[in-house]
Design a protein around this ligand. Structure first.
Ligand code: UDP
Length: 271
């Protein structure tokens, strides 16, 4: 089992992308059911006002850091801890934020790497021989995702797709559909926190599913509905800036994941 740290009570496992993929491939060979989460800074801000969501994230069997801001927070909080003094908290925050931009290796000591849910999704589709179900996104998007993935990875086994809704009234029909498909690996694209709450309520009702994971807008990227940030933006941890340019209406969400998140981590340093 990988070592785990907590950021504002939310667990994060100290794994890189390849290790996370290997762990999940291993889970798929076991009898137990596993819940994989990919928290980013927006998740942390949400848990501060939504304690049910925090409780669900605490149950994750594997939790990977899907955001450069999480790597920054792990470094900043550990530096404060080592200093044993709360003095200069703001200047330390500023310094570690500069490191994030200019010497990113320095913020990869606690958590080794940003493990993006969309990348992990593709890795698993490429490497897993398990039966896969794609749930969520707008009507037609999961089908288009299946089509693209089957072209890209000829051995992928996608046994079902469904848009559905994250509403409780639709759960029974969706559970039956997934059970009938025999799926063992379930990807849920309802956005957070809905997708994690959905998995928490429903995983035990789908006994053949061994691993369930929420993956936000990943189907949109694979299906070509949304364009993912170019590699340079991703490498610099600026995917949020790309999304802001492409979708200005996401401003509030992006502000939560950047300014509000940094403010809360620095301000609540005594927690
Ligand atoms: N979505 C959905 N049903 C809903 C709300 C959202 O299927 O009731 C889908 C939406 O179409 C998108 C995904 O959930 O494909 C979430 O995307 P978002 O960009 O919010 O996620 P992020 O990547 O930012 O976590």
């Amino acid at each position: 089992m990988p070592k785990r740290i907590l950021i504002k009570g939310v667990p994060f496992d100290q794994v890189n992308r390849a290790e996370a993929c290997d762990l999940i491939l291993d889970y798929l060979k076991k009898e137990k059911q596993y819940f994989v989460t990919t928290p980013n800074p927006e998740f942390i801000v949400e848990t501060m006002k939504n304690s049910d969501f925090k409780k669900v994230l605490e149950k994750a069997d594997l939790s990977v850091a899907d955001g450069i801001g999480i790597l920054w927070a792990s470094t900043y909080l550990s530096k404060l801890e080592q200093a044993k003094s709360r003095d200069f908290a703001c200047s330390r925050a500023f310094y570690t934020l500069l490191q994030t931009l200019f010497t990113p290796k320095k913020i990869r000591k606690i958590l080794p790497e940003r493990v993006c849910g969309s990348d992990l999704f593709l890795d698993l589709c490429e490497k897993s021989s398990s039966k896969i179900f794609l749930l969520g996104a707008a009507p037609g998007v999961a089908e288009q995702t299946k089509y693209v993935l089957e072209k890209k990875f000829p051995s992928v086994k996608i046994v079902g797709t469904h848009a559905g809704t994250p509403q409780e009234k639709d759960e029974k029909v969706i559970n039956n559909m997934i059970n009938d498909s025999g799926a063992e690996l379930l990807f849920v694209a309802y956005g957070s926190p809905r997708q994690e709450m959905w998995i928490d309520r429903n995983l035990s009702k789908m006994p053949k599913v061994k691993v369930a994971m929420g993956i936000g807008g990943s189907f949109d990227f694979v299906a070509g509905v949304q364009k993912r940030a170019p590699a340079l933006f991703r490498k610099l941890g600026l995917e949020w800036l790309w999304r802001l340019i492409r979708e200005p209406k996401r401003f509030k969400r992006i502000w939560n994941a950047t300014g509000v998140f940094v403010g809360k981590i620095v301000k609540n340093k005594y927690d």
